[in-house]
Ligand binder design. Sequence first.
Ligand SMILES: [Zn+2]
Length: 201
Amino acid sequence: MTGSMHYTRESCAIAGCAKSALSGHTRCWEHVDNRQAFLDALHPEALAGTWLAGVDLSGRDLEGADFSGARLSGACLAGAKLRGANLRETFLDGADLRGADCTDADLEFAVLGGADVSGACFKNANLQRANLVGTRGRRADFSGANLYYARPGNADLEEAVFDGANIERTIFRHANLKGATLRGARGTANFENAVLEDVRR
Ligand SMILES: [Zn+2]
């Protein structure tokens, strides 16, 4: 990441816990007593660069929230409303984004390795240079998204939709695109060893 982002991570206050404390708290998510109070105190406009690993924000309305550079590794964002959210350089590795609405979101340089985005919507989202290595994204919708130089290697994108997407230099190496739709997708992608059975173009 960039040198401008400095985390001064304290360890969780619980003896023997090796995890980092959440931003604005002395403990990791696992050891937070009142999780609801912690979540309710979060300000959607002041989340950039925060450490929120593992938190449960499932189903929350986070439209337009600024999570740029934040650490949401392993977080649950299933069904979250993230329309137009700023997720630039956000760590979402191993996160659960199933069914999340990321329409128009900015995910440039975001890390989604090992995340589950099955059924999520990334319509018109900016996914340039995003790391999607090993991401599970069956039936996810990337219509009109910009995937320039995105890296969904080994990703499971069965029946995902890329209609009208920019796939210039997108690296689908070893990805499963069985039954995926790429109607009107633009650009030259790398499909080396990808599963392209029943792909509709
Ligand atoms: Zn802990």
